[in-house]
Write a protein that binds this ligand. Structure first.
Ligand SMILES: C[S@@+](CC[C@H](N)C(=O)[O-])C[C@H]1O[C@@H](n2cnc3c(N)ncnc32)[C@H](O)[C@@H]1O
Length: 268
């Protein structure tokens, strides 16, 4: 893989992790009392994880990882933010949940872990931080047992085209290309998506990956796609003009645009 500098992203995530754990958005108190942080469609589509080994890529401070542990999986979470991993470990300890957390850049994981898993899971805001999708596909394939599967629930790349900083935006507008470029979108950030202000301005770098690239990457890595599903709702208010459903999810009125996708792929 080419040499991409991800240090400014790591610094930003380190500060975000420490702020997120106390944020309303992440509501850790209700999680501690037993509430799962997993999206209902992920629980349904992944199915029974009892007794299965599960590797969670880019696990943030471990809420989803520990939610899978509560459902009976033997979990390992990895993230490149040491602050996030420390929080995840102390949450696991406090809740007396059996979980392993490893601090590693996703691309360095082959140097930091040498087991294979029944399930590799990742979700909600992960692909935009990855400059090299082919290497991502190879990492997933390497850590899956033969017969195991990969599952992702992610913001739809179509949505990435529309993301709007304008708090008064009133309708969808195409503001970015649908297609990947090796040059990231570079921006200055003084607050995270969870609505928390940071102590300093961070430089964020993001990439977009088309649905075709995501599917073809996994096929090239040797996986067999079981399904790819697109949904017209998302689990937070990504744009000011979204409306909330009775079940708490958010839609763009008219349901004309896919906002998340899910994909399951097995390793033969
Ligand atoms: C939006 S969060 C994932 C959120 C998670 N689904 C949740 O709701 O808790 C993205 C995570 O990716 C991690 N990350 C970003 N780039 C990474 C990389 N190259 N290697 C490993 N982790 C990375 C960040 O530290 C962050 O914790």
């Amino acid at each position: 893989m080419k040499n991409f500098d991800l240090e400014s992203n790591r610094e930003m995530w380190n500060e975000w992790a420490e702020l997120h754990v106390n944020s309303e958005f992440y509501n850790v108190e209700s999680f501690k009392k037993g509430r799962s942080s997993l999206y209902p469609i992920a629980v349904e589509e992944v199915g029974d994880v009892g007794g299965k080994s599960l590797l969670h890529l880019m696990c943030h401070f471990g809420k989803d990882t520990l939610s899978w542990a509560r459902r009976g999986a033997k979990v390992t979470g990895i993230d490149f933010s040491d602050k996030a991993i420390n929080i995840a470990r102390s949450l696991a300890k406090g809740l007396e949940l059996d979980a392993e957390f490893i601090c590693s850049n996703l691309y360095d994981l082959p140097m930091n872990l040498d087991r294979q898993f029944d399930i590799v899971f990742t979700s909600a805001g992960v692909l935009c931080w990855l400059p090299d999708l082919e290497e991502w596909g190879r990492v997933i394939a390497q850590f899956l047992k033969s017969g195991g599967f990969f599952y992702i629930l992610e913001g739809h790349p179509f949505l990435n085209m529309l993301l709007d900083e304008d708090p008064d935006a009133s309708k969808p507008e195409i503001l970015r290309s649908y297609f990947y470029t090796p040059e990231p979108e570079v921006y200055q950030s003084a607050a995270s998506y969870a609505g928390v202000k940071t102590s300093k301005t961070h430089t964020g770098k993001e990439w977009t990956h088309s649905l075709g690239d995501i599917v073809n990457t996994l096929i090239s890595a040797g996986l067999r796609i079981e399904f790819l599903r697109e949904y017209p709702y998302i689990f937070f208010k990504a744009m000011p003009y979204m409306e909330q459903d009775s079940d708490g999810s958010w839609r763009i009125p008219g349901d004309k645009i896919p906002l998340i996708f899910t994909l399951k792929a097995t390793k033969p």
